[in-house]
Design a protein around this ligand. Structure first.
Ligand code: ATP
Ligand code: MG
Ligand code: MG
Ligand code: MG
Length: 564
C-alpha cells in the first residue's frame, strides 16, 4: 500500500468526549469516526485491524471444528416472542416495525435465529453435534455507550452456537471452545485471564468470561494467585453452591407464598431443585405485601419462572423502595439512588445478600447497605462483590488479588433454555424424541481493538501487537520528490517486502520527517525503516521497532533479512 493512495486522517487533539486512552488514540489516529452516540464509522486504517482480528478468530474457530454462516441483522419478532425475549429483553433490544406494521428487531445476539435454523434441519442424533458461528454486526441500545467502540451500540461480535445430544457432549464442546478462546487471545498478543462469570441476559448455567487485563476495565476481577479461582466480582455464580446448605427458615417466615415455607419447598414449587445457586427477587404480592421469590441463578429464567407465577402474585413487579424497607427493615439511604422501578426486566447487576441475591434493574442501583443481611443468619457464602486484595479466596486455597479487566469474550452452557422454548428436538439413539443441549460463545471483535490499545501505548501513540497492526512495517523515504536514489531504493525495498509477504506501507506523501514519524508513531505501526540520501551513500538504511529507544543502522543488502 502507498500512503498517498491510502486514507490517512490523523488529528492533533482528541475530541472532548473521549475519556480513556484507547478512545482518544483511535480517534486521533483516524481508526474510527463518530456518526452518532455509540455508532462509529470504521475508517480504512481501523478496518484493517478489525479484519486481522476477525481472521485470527475465524482461523481458530475453523480449527476448533465450528462452521461459519451469516444470519440477518434484521430479525422478525415472532422468533423472539417464542423465547419470551421480545418482551423481556428490555431497552437494549432495538425494536421497530416494517411498512406492514410487523415487528422486527436488530440482532443483539442470535440464539433464536440459529435455533430456528437447526430445528428445521437436524432430526437425528446422528446429525449431532453441530457448531456454527458468524462474525456479524450487532446492535444493543446501551444505556451508556462510551469508550468509543469499546461499549458501542453498533458493534461486531463473533457469536458461535453449538447443539448436542447430551449434556456430556455440551461440556466437551464447552472445553473445546475454552481452549479455542485461549488460543485466540494468545495469538492476538493480549494479556488476558479467563474467569467464572454470571450468565446475564443470555441465560444458562456454566459460564466463563475472558478479560483483557487493563486499569480502565469496567469489571473488577478477583483471583487467587495460588489456585485456579478467578471470578468477575459482579457475580454470585462463582460462589460455592447454596442449595445444599440448611435453609434459613427464620427469614422464610416472611415469605407470603402459599404453602411454601422453606427453600426446599420453594425449589420444588419452582422445579429448580437441580440448580446450583438460588437467588431471590422481591415482588409485590396480591395483598400489596412484598414477597421474596427465590429463583435459580440465571436471570432470563428468573423472568420466565416469575412470569409463570403471575396467577399467584399479581401484578408481578419489583417491590417499591418502601416495600423493600418494610420487608427487610432497611434504613432509608441504604437503597441505590433510583432503586427499583416497575419493569420486570432484570439486568445482571445484583446485590448479594447472605445466600440470596436481590436484583436491581440498573447498574449500581442495588439494594445494598449494612442492613442487608439482617434478616438472615450468618452469611452462608462469601460476598466477593466487596472483596479486597488480601481477603481469603472462597476456595480456601490462598488470598485474593484484585485487578481490572475488559470483557472481550464470554462462553455459556445454555443447556435447553432456548431449544425447549423453541421445540428444537431430535430423535435419540433409543428412538425417543429429546431436546437438544446448547452452548453459545461470543467474542467482541471491535471491543478487542480498544482493549489491545489499553494494553499497548505510550505518550506518542499506539503500539500494535504485530498480529493485528494495520500495517506491520512502514517505509519512510527522506525527500521523496527531491531524490531519485531515495525513491528508487524505497520502492525497491517496498516491492521486495511485499513479495516476501509483508504487510507494508510506503509513505510517499512527501511530508516532512517530523510529520511522518509522528503519524506512524501515533498509528502504532510496529516496525519502521527510514531511507535517506546520506545513509544510502554508506549503503545503510535505518530500522527502528516501535518500542526501541533509537534506530539501528542496517546495510541495504541485509535490510530484508533484518526486518524478516
Ligand atoms: P458487557 O458486560 O460489557 O455489557 P455483555 O456481557 O453484555 O458485555 P455478551 O452478551 O456476553 O456481552 O456478549 C459477548 C461479547 O460481546 C462480550 O464479551 C463483549 O466482548 C462484546 N460486547 C458486548 N456488548 C458490547 C458493546 N456494547 N460494544 C462492544 N462490544 C460488546
Ligand atoms: Mg452488556
Ligand atoms: Mg458482561
Ligand atoms: Mg457477557
Amino acid at each position: 500500500m502507498r500512503a498517498s493512495q491510502f486514507y490517512i486522517s490523523t488529528l492533533k487533539e482528541a475530541p472532548s468526549d473521549a475519556e480513556i486512552v484507547s478512545h482518544k488514540l483511535m480517534m486521533r489516529a483516524g481508526f474510527i469516526k463518530k456518526l452518532s452516540a455509540g455508532i462509529y464509522n470504521y475508517m480504512p486504517m481501523g478496518l484493517r485491524v478489525i479484519r486481522k482480528i476477525e481472521n485470527i478468530i475465524r482461523e481458530e474457530m475453523n480449527r476448533a471444528g465450528s462452521v461459519e454462516l451469516s444470519m440477518p441483522i434484521v430479525q422478525p419478532a415472532e422468533l423472539w416472542q417464542e423465547t419470551g425475549r421480545f418482551e423481556k429483553m428490555g431497552d437494549e433490544l432495538l425494536r421497530f416495525k416494517d411498512r406492514h406494521q410487523r415487528d422486527f428487531v436488530m440482532q443483539p445476539t442470535s440464539e433464536e435465529v440459529i435455533t430456528d435454523i437447526v430445528r428445521q434441519d437436524v432430526r437425528s442424533y446422528r446429525q449431532l453435534p453441530k457448531s456454527l458461528y458468524q462474525i456479524q454486526t450487532k446492535f444493543r441500545d446501551e444505556r451508556r455507550p462510551r469508550f468509543g467502540i469499546m461499549r458501542g451500540r453498533e458493534f461486531t461480535m463473533k457469536d458461535a452456537y453449538s447443539f448436542h445430544a447430551s449434556f456430556e457432549d455440551l461440556k466437551r464442546e464447552y472445553q473445546n471452545m475454552f481452549s479455542a478462546y485461549s488460543r485466540i487471545f494468545e495469538r492476538l498478543g493480549l494479556e488476558f485471564r479467563a474467569v467464572s462469570a454470571d450468565t446475564g441476559a443470555i441465560g444458562g448455567t456454566g459460564s466463563h468470561e475472558f478479560h483483557v487485563i487493563a486499569e480502565t476495565g469496567e469489571d473488577a476481577i478477583a483471583y487467587c494467585p495460588d489456585s485456579d479461582f478467578a471470578a468477575n466480582v459482579e457475580l454470585a455464580e462463582a460462589l460455592p453452591p447454596a442449595l445444599s446448605r440448611p435453609a434459613p427458615t427464620e427469614a422464610l417466615t416472611r415469605i407470603a407464598t402459599p404453602g411454601v415455607k422453606t427453600i426446599a419447598q420453594l425449589a420444588e414449587f419452582l422445579k429448580i431443585a437441580e440448580t446450583r445457586t438460588v437467588k431471590a427477587i422481591v415482588v409485590e404480592g396480591d395483598d400489596g405485601a412484598p414477597v421474596l421469590l427465590l429463583v435459580r441463578g440465571d436471570h432470563e429464567l428468573n423472568e420466565i419462572k416469575a412470569a409463570k407465577l403471575e396467577g399467584v402474585f399479581s401484578p408481578l413487579r419489583f417491590a417499591s423502595p418502601a416495600s423493600i424497607r418494610a420487608a427487610f427493615g432497611a434504613e432509608p439511604g441504604s437503597l441505590g439512588p433510583v432503586g427499583f422501578n416497575g419493569r420486570i426486566y432484570m439486568d445482571r447487576s445484583v446485590a448479594v445478600m447472605a445466600d440470596f441475591v436481590i436484583g436491581a434493574n440498573e447498574t449500581d442501583q442495588h439494594f445494598t447497605g449494612a442492613n442487608i443481611g439482617r434478616d438472615f443468619p450468618e452469611p452462608l457464602v462469601a460476598d466477593i462483590r466487596n472483596a479486597v486484595a488480601g481477603d481469603p479466596s472462597p476456595d480456601g486455597k490462598g488470598l485474593l488479588a484484585i485487578c481490572r479487566g475488559i470483557e472481550v469474550g464470554h462462553i455459556f452452557q445454555l443447556r435447553t433454555r432456548y431449544s425447549e422454548a423453541m421445540g428444537c428436538k431430535f430423535i435419540g439413539e433409543d428412538g425417543k424424541e429429546q431436546i437438544m443441549e446448547m452452548g453459545c460463545y461470543g467474542v467482541g471483535v471491535t471491543r478487542i481493538m480498544g482493549a489491545a490499545i489499553e494494553q499497548n501505548f505510550d505518550d506518542k501513540g499506539i503500539i500494535w501487537p504485530t498480529a493485528i497492526a494495520p500495517f506491520q512495517l512502514v517505509i519512510c523515504p527522506m525527500g521523496w520528490s527531491r531524490s531519485e536514489v531515495v525513491r528508487d531504493s524505497a520502492t525497491r525495498l517496498y516491492e521486495e517486502l511485499v513479495q516476501a509477504g509483508f504487510d507494508v506501507i510506503l509513505d510517499d506523501r512527501d511530508e516532512r520527517p517530523g510529520v511522518m514519524f509522528a503519524d506512524w508513531e501515533l498509528i502504532g505501526v510496529p516496525h519502521r525503516v527510514v531511507i535517506g540520501d546520506r545513509g544510502l551513500k554508506e549503503g545503510m538504511i535505518e530500522y527502528q521497532g516501535r518500542r526501541d529507544p533509537e534506530a539501528t543502522k542496517v546495510s541495504t543488502a541485509d535490510a530484508l533479512d533484518f526486518v524478516r
